[in-house]
Design a protein around this ligand. Structure first.
Ligand code: MCN
Length: 772
């Protein structure tokens, strides 16, 4: 972000960058163990079929092959229960219908790319060659690809346990209140929307080397992840190997975006092979495997309606969701339900809310968490409805929002779906964004664009998201004052690029008043794996959770040091003061350095805490210019004001926002996982078909902070890791709608590719209907 208005810059460069930018990082495939073998998966080339037979005899005889494993082996080992998180009770007491998922498909394949066999050989090449010799006879079945169709009558059925392909049906909010609100409304605005399926595509592909120790039956997995506590729990549930026999090693992780939290069948299949061969077995995913089998994100269809009075006050909102979950419930699948009801009211005081959810199985890759995990989805839905309402009421969309914001004196604010927003100043933040974007000057700029033959639009995304709470029992860290006076802090959070080594160190160095360079953050150390239980990194919770506990641990160190210093100073502990790494007392000129307290033995303190959700919020305003001759759109201006509470590192926060905005822009303008509706073949199986956002898509962002310290965290922090995505998706979509509305073009579904935009413009100019 080169163009910015941040006033208070004290840039602290990222401590990890020296390593990461000089090739000294250590990623999963950098691990090589003596005697290791290589695994290659043979995957289903069809979306839905019964496995009639698998003949692996030729593969077994191939030179160099040390083992071939199929669904039979997975079932025999009992590796069939992938854990899921959809543990709510649904409508009328309905319980989630979750099929088993053998680590290798046993009787049926349910999506293109599903692992059917694992071949292990001396080299990856030999394993690949042998995999191609496996003969699989399938009986093809008609696939169910589109989620609404999958739920319809006559659709092909995926799982016996889930008739009608329905995994769960549930609701949230108050249906009667919404009915009353709609009955009394002057305006009802309806919009059906799709939040498309996208692929996370972190820079580092998935990889895992599994090792079995025959002496104690333990397994060590060298695998990229977002923190071991959740992964280990899920791995144990899948394999029934007790958690204390599962060790997980990762140093640097090249991006995660939610995709790396959970267990994957591949982890388990590699464990099988490692045990059987007695050798480490290494697998590195190809890009194509990643696109087909890394859990995808979003994929929701939402039928929405908003009720307003004559002045533009929002009276109620109803949303009917169809949540596509793909072929199986990925462990991280809960986000699209929980996070969409948590912030259903957005930043507005909407008195009546009601949502229904129908969770569908389809013959596609499972859907898991992906940056935002439902947060961008609900932000998009609310903000699109707000903008369409403003259009219908012929109101300025900024004016309509001003009428409806939750006022700044209303915190803590309990929403109609039961969340408690801790703190915020939505109107104040909004006005800052309006000013930053020069909202008033827009008509002039639009005219200028018109003169140049371009269509210009401006759009707002005023958004909020819940971050913080995790599924671990607590967040905890261990802080060690080393003999040389340095500080080592162990946490179970796991950076995949977020910069924790810097920000957590900043937290500790600030609390202790010592130089940053003296603090070292160590994540997921093998020797601490079974001692610390804190949350993995995800849900933008690490700063609120692990970060806050780093702060508490530092304060505890001071309290632990105080009586020791008092002894040396020969005073009562209450007379000892601490500042800047030094204990002093008024009674004498003597000082005791913190760094001297551990001279003979390291001083260890443990701290823990459990924190409620925080609610970062922001207002993003995008301005776009469309070339009607080509349908190509440029984001010409982007302003973002965010409230992530007290900011630890301004540069990192900006980077997080910038990355998130680019991801949102990618989804609006091109990213989409596409399956052929008839055959279920993956049409976007490589980067020549799957659109990845490019840096040039997002201009310099005009950013500003508007912090309201969170009451939940002792640091006053809120999360930020997903905010960019949550703000940009609605802001850019609304800007596009605003640019096209004068032509009579209604809602267009993302992705707004040049071809789609061009067709809509040309259809409108010819007086026809805009295509969806
Ligand atoms: N931060 C800060 N001040 C605040 C809040 C955060 O300085 N008030 C800093 C943090 O200390 C941290 C970073 O900003 O260095 C993000 O913090 P936080 O919001 O707590 O989020 P997490 O660390 O828990 O990261 C998870 C979040 C998620 S859920 C996704 S998805 C995501 C994201 O972070 N995936 C990422 N950002 C990513 N960034 C990179 N480079 N790669 C990913 O895979």
């Amino acid at each position: 972000m080169s163009e910015k208005t941040h006033q208070h810059h004290d840039p602290v460069g990222r401590l990890e960058d020296a390593r990461l930018t000089t090739g000294a990082g250590r990623f999963s495939s950098d691990w090589n163990l003596p005697g290791q073998l290589y695994g290659v998966f043979q995957r289903s080339d069809r979306a839905h079929a019964e496995i009639v037979s698998i003949d692996v005899s030729k593969a077994r005889q191939h030179p160099g092959v040390k083992g071939v494993y199929t669904g039979e082996d997975a079932v025999r080992a009992g590796y069939v229960k992938q854990m899921h998180t959809l543990t709510f009770t649904g409508k009328n007491g309905m319980q989630t219908r979750a099929p088993q998922r053998p680590a290798l498909a046993a009787t049926k394949v349910q999506f293109v790319g599903e692992a059917v066999a694992l071949v292990v050989a001396d080299t990856a090449g030999a394993a690949q060659d042998a995999a191609e010799l496996i003969e699989i006879e399938y009986r093809d079945l008609r696939p169910a690809i589109q989620p609404e169709e999958a739920l319809g009558s006559g659709a092909p059925q995926l799982h016996e346990v889930a008739p009608g392909n329905l995994a769960l049906e549930l609701d949230a909010g108050n249906e009667a209140a919404v009915q009353t609100a709609f009955a009394g409304a002057s305006h009802v605005v309806r919009l059906k929307m799709e939040v498309t399926r996208v692929a996370p595509n972190p820079m580092e592909p998935r990889a895992c080397t599994a090792v079995h120790d025959v002496r104690d039956g333990s397994y060590t997995l060298y695998t990229c992840n977002q923190g071991i506590t959740t992964l280990r729990k899920m791995l144990s549930a899948y394999t029934a190997v007790p958690e204390d026999l599962l060790h997980i090693v990762a140093r640097d992780v090249g991006g995660g975006f939610g995709q790396r939290t959970p267990v994957y069948p591949e982890h388990c299949a590699l464990m099988l092979a490692a045990k059987d061969t007695g050798k480490p077995v290494k697998w590195v995913s190809t890009r194509a495997e990643g696109l087909a089998t890394d859990s995808h994100g979003r994929s929701n269809v939402i039928d929405g309606a908003m009720a307003l009075d004559a002045q533009g006050h929002i009276l109620g909102m109803r949303l009917d969701w169809v949540n596509d979950k793909g072929a199986y419930l990925a462990p991280g699948c809960v986000g699209h339900l929980r996070n969409t009801s948590t912030c259903m009211t957005g930043v507005y005081k909407i008195p009546a809310l009601y949502a229904t959810y129908r969770v569908a199985y389809t013959n596609t890759a499972p859907i898991g968490s992906f940056r935002g995990a439902g947060r961008p989805d609900i932000a998009y839905v609310v903000e699109r409805l707000v903008d369409e309402s403003a259009a219908q009421l012929k109101m300025d969309p900024a004016a309509l929002r001003r009428l409806n914001f939750i006022p700044s004196d209303a915190f803590p604010y309990k929403t109609a779906t039961g969340s408690t927003y801790d703190n915020g100043d939505f109107p104040g933040l909004f006005e800052k964004a309006i000013k930053l974007s020069d909202w008033k000057g827009f008509p002039k700029r639009r005219k200028q664009s018109e003169k140049n033959g371009k269509l210009r639009g401006i759009g707002i995304g005023a958004v909020i998201e819940g971050t913080g709470m995790g599924n671990a029992p607590k967040d905890d860290v261990e802080l060690v004052l080393e003999k040389n006076g340095d500080i080592t802090v162990h946490t179970q959070a796991k950076s995949q690029g977020q910069g924790h080594e810097t920000t957590f160190a900043q937290i500790v160095s600030k609390a202790l008043g010592i130089p940053l360079e003296r603090v070292k953050i160590v994540q997921n150390a093998l020797e601490k794996q079974h001692q610390l239980l804190g949350n993995h990194t995800g849900g933008s919770r690490s700063t609120v959770g692990a970060g806050s506990v780093c702060h508490l641990a530092a304060l505890k160190l001071i309290e632990t040091g105080r009586p020791l210093a008092a002894l040396e100073l020969a005073v009562e502990p209450s007379q000892v003061e601490y500042s800047g790494g030094v204990f002093t007392t008024r009674e004498s000129k003597r000082k005791v350095k913190l760094s001297d307290l551990a001279k003979s033995k390291p001083l260890v303190v443990a701290a823990e805490g459990k924190f409620a959700s925080t609610f970062p919020n922001g207002c993003h305003i995008a301005e776009v210019e469309i070339d009607p001759e080509t349908g190509v759109t440029k984001i010409v201006s982007y302003s973002a004001v965010d409230d992530c509470g007290v900011v630890i590192n301004h540069t990192i926060v900006e980077g997080q926002l910038h990355g998130g905005v680019a991801m949102g822009a990618g989804q609006i303008f091109g990213e989409q996982v596409v399956y052929d509706r008839d055959t279920g073949q993956l049409m976007t199986g490589s980067f020549s078909d799957y659109f990845m956002p490019r840096a040039g898509m997002v201009p310099a962002i005009r950013g500003a902070e508007h912090p309201t310290p969170s009451k939940v965290s002792p640091l006053g922090v809120k999360g930020v890791g997903e905010s960019g995505c949550t703000g940009s998706i609605p802001a850019i979509a609304n800007a596009m709608a605003n640019a096209l509305r004068p032509l009579g073009i209604g809602h267009l579904e993302m992705p707004l590719t040049p071809a789609k935009v061009w067709h809509a413009i040309h259809a409108a100019r010819k007086g026809g209907h805009a295509s969806k």
